[in-house]
Structures are given as structure tokens and as C-alpha cells.
Ligand binder design. Sequence first.
Ligand SMILES: Cc1cc2nc3c(=O)[nH]c(=O)nc-3n(C[C@H](O)[C@H](O)[C@H](O)COP(=O)(O)O)c2cc1C
Length: 192
Amino acid sequence: MTDSNIETIHQNIHQRQSIGQLIEPAPNTEQLEKAVQAALTAPDHHRLKPTRFVVVTPELRAAFGEQLASALADLGETDSAQLDRVKQHPFRAPLLVLVLTTIQDHPKVPHFEQILSTGAAIQNFLLSLQAQGFATMWRSGAVVESNWLKQQLGLKQQDLISGIIYIGTAAKAIAPRAEIDSQDFVKVWQVT
Ligand SMILES: Cc1cc2nc3c(=O)[nH]c(=O)nc-3n(C[C@H](O)[C@H](O)[C@H](O)COP(=O)(O)O)c2cc1C
């Protein structure tokens, strides 16, 4: 890899920031497929392939909002204002992708490793979309805890809705990320 390619890859990583206000255009089928392919290369102990993607297309956002409200009601929410609010959530972006973790009981791969694998997959997904000119926001919210919603998505109770990824184009430019001093987060291991 050339120095300039290395620099470009690092710029893409550093420039990724969550954007709450997302507008058209959203990625087309090929662009989304590229991002899914990138996601599916994530480290994955014993290649269990725990990560699944559910695409909520723009025209189904209202129906998906209804499902989110039902999920919130399933969790005990009775405030109609809250339920109405969640119905609008899918309209925060033109395209949503749910990223799920289907957990297997495996003698060598504990559940947490499978969940981390989905986390790595999501980061690849976000970075691929960023490299293709799109902006994203990884969200969750109370709804991901709803067993009713899991059931609707074909998941078992132990599986996870690991992210609701909002995808589109940034509605406005945002300030670059502040520099992070890595010294606060890194130390050299010492013999104790
Ligand atoms: C698993 C997960 C769930 C998240 N859920 C939400 C959410 O529901 N709402 C929200 O505002 N931010 C959520 N975030 C945080 C944003 O995705 C984002 O990472 C954070 O705002 C920091 O911004 P940055 O990505 O630009 O550094 C979540 C992050 C992770 C990793």
C-alpha cells in the first residue's frame, strides 16, 4: 500500500462522525452491498457469522415507526406522546439498516465475542459508507430490548438488535473531531 493510500484510509477513519440530521441521497443497492461486504469481513471467532442486516427502505419507514411504537408499548410505555415520537424516528434518515447479532452457544466462542464481532462489522459498515460519501448514525434506544420486536425480526430472546444505523447524506457540515491525546488511553505494560 502506498503512503498516500495509507493516509487516505486514516483520513476516512478520522473524518467519520455521527450525523443526526441525514437527508437524501441514501446509498443505492450497489453502494449498500459494498458496505455490507466490508462489514462481513469483520473478525469473527470460528467464523460463526453472527451478524445480520435488515434494510428498512424509505417507503417502509412509517410502517417501521409503527413497529417501534409497538416495541416501546411492549416495554410498558403508555404515554401516547412518547409513542408518537418514536413513530417519527425512522424519518431522521432516508435509509435505516438494523444490525442484528444472532448468538450461538459455542464451546469456544462466548456470547461476548459474537457481540464484539458485530461491533467490528458495524464499524466497517460505517467506514465503507463514509468512504462512499455518506453519513451515518449508530443508534439503539430502549426498543432494542423489546423481546416482541426481536420476535418480529426473527430473533431469539438471547439475540441482540445491536444497532439501528441511520444512513444518508449530512444535512450540514459539522466541525471536525477534536484531537484525542492517546496518552490518556495507552500505557506500556510493565512486569509486576
Ligand atoms: C451500541 C451503540 C448504541 C448507540 N445508541 C445511540 C442512541 O440511541 N442515540 C444516540 O444519540 N447515540 C447513540 N450512540 C452514540 C453515537 O452512535 C455516537 O457514537 C456518539 O454520539 C459519538 O459520536 P461520534 O460517532 O461522532 O464519535 C450509540 C453508540 C453505540 C456504539
